[in-house]
Design a protein around this ligand. Structure first.
Ligand SMILES: Cc1cc2nc3c(=O)[nH]c(=O)nc-3n(C[C@H](O)[C@H](O)[C@H](O)COP(=O)(O)OP(=O)(O)OC[C@H]3O[C@@H](n4cnc5c(N)ncnc54)[C@H](O)[C@@H]3O)c2cc1C
Length: 378
């Protein structure tokens, strides 16, 4: 599928930025378990945090395919940095699509410039794949403000974010709130030691009678899960799918290059048929995943609702294949790939996370099968 000249240019520029300023540091960030603030600021200075912010609010207003290409480029170099792009863009999308005019005017320029970083707080200990079971509550006070109580787990870039999109039950109905980091009653507790995307600065959000203003509700009460979260998760899933394309391409490049150099049994690894099989799968899966992502993006740009199913399919395929490719990359590198600090090891850990977030592999299989069965029913 052909890209426009503008999309080609964006991809080229993003790739060269990632090669210079992200990929060389991804290993160190993984080890330190943090993308540093300076790198977040550099990313924002490039305008990438404003990728989905409409131009009238100071953002780039990228079309879906361009946004996807940016995710591929960043995902090639560092899945943790790509996670920042994902969760921040989910908040941007929610505010732009569902926010009041006042919320858009307040938050979108800040989110575009990076003055404010956004994070997404949906998951709880009891509510993972089944978010409808969330227990965080919101109560409206007589003067109109709200108080939130509960715990949000595994909030990507929660340690760094300035504003959180949080989902809580208001009179039993799930409702979305924008909560500022400085809100009284909110404690941000760092989470460390995760298997993958270790530099994505996860946090647990603890709300203890946390006070938020009356105009913090995004969309209407009761529409938190069915409208706000659902459409933000579609953006997140799309971003992760493209990030997996980048991860697949990074695995293929690293594997090909090593297979050309490493000699065993008197010839390069790349001349052994079993290694060639792994490389063949990686390059084919990279292309196939990219095409599925492009299809989802084109449908988004056309405003075709079929994009939702196409995005599920793209994310399912890309994440499963990225994990397979990363495992094969470690296999090709052998003991070297198992060593501390080696990129193959990091890519394998990161790829496993891709099969869990934004709809796990099993949840996606279930969704896709149900959609197929429904479509073909009588
Ligand atoms: C690195 C990382 C970053 C994250 N960042 C965020 C974030 O920014 N914001 C946020 O809100 N959340 C975040 N999460 C949480 C993430 O969204 C959840 O992990 C995910 O929704 C899955 O929930 P769970 O981990 O509780 O697993 P569970 O839902 O308990 O699932 C456990 C296992 O059971 C399987 N399973 C579940 N339901 C079914 C079913 N119906 N049929 C078959 N199998 C099933 C799953 O596939 C999985 O293998 C993050 C998680 C990680 C690991």
């Amino acid at each position: 599928m052909q890209l426009t000249a503008q999309q080609e240019r964006l991809l080229k520029e993003a790739r060269s930025y990632v090669a210079e300023e992200i990929a060389p540091y991804a290993g160190a960030w993984d080890e330190q378990q943090a993308v540093p603030d300076t790198a977040v600021a550099g990313f924002a200075a490039r305008g990438h945090l404003g990728a989905l912010v409409p131009q009238e609010y100071g953002g780039a207003g990228l079309d879906a395919v361009s946004f996807g290409l940016l995710n591929e480029a960043v995902g090639y170099g560092c899945s943790s940095m790509r996670s920042l792009l994902t969760v921040h863009s989910m908040v941007v999308h929610a505010v732009a699509r569902w926010g009041s005019e006042r919320q858009r005017a307040t938050w979108l320029p800040r989110l575009a410039s990076g003055e404010s970083v956004g994070a997404f707080g949906l998951s709880e200990r009891e509510a993972g794949s089944d978010a409808s079971q969330l227990r965080t509550t919101a109560e409206q006070l007589p003067e109109g403000n709200y108080t939130l109580s509960g715990r949000k787990m595994w909030t990507t870039f929660g340690q760094r974010a300035d504003v959180f999109l949080v989902f809580a039950r208001l009179d039993g109905r799930i409702t979305a709130f924008l909560v500022e980091r400085r809100a009284p009653g909110l404690e941000v507790v760092p989470v460390s030691g995760m298997l993958g995307t270790r530099a994505s600065r996860l946090a647990e959000l603890r709300f203890d009678d946390c006070r938020v203003p009356a105009d913090a509700v995004v969309g209407r009460p009761g529409f938190g899960l069915t409208a706000v979260a659902l459409s933000a998760l579609d953006v997140g899933r799309y971003s992760v799918a493209w990030g997996c394309v980048g991860l697949l391409a990074a695995c293929a490049d690293a594997s090909v290059s090593y297979a050309q150099q490493r000699l065993q049994f008197g010839k390069p690894l790349g001349e052994h048929q079993l290694i060639r099989r792994m490389i063949a799968d990686m390059v084919t899966d990279t292309t196939a995943a990219r095409l599925l992502c492009l299809r989802a993006g084109r449908l988004k740009d056309l405003g075709d609702p079929e994009t939702v199913n196409a995005t599920w399919m793209a994310k399912y395929f890309a994440s499963v294949k990225a994990f397979r490719a990363a495992a094969d990359t470690v296999q090709i590198f052998g003991a070297v790939g198992c060593s501390e600090g080696h990129p193959a090891q990091r890519m394998l850990r990161d790829a496993k996370v891709m099969e869990i977030i934004e709809g796990s592999t099993e949840v996606q299989q279930d969704y896709l099968a149900q959609a197929a069965l429904r479509e073909r029913a009588g």
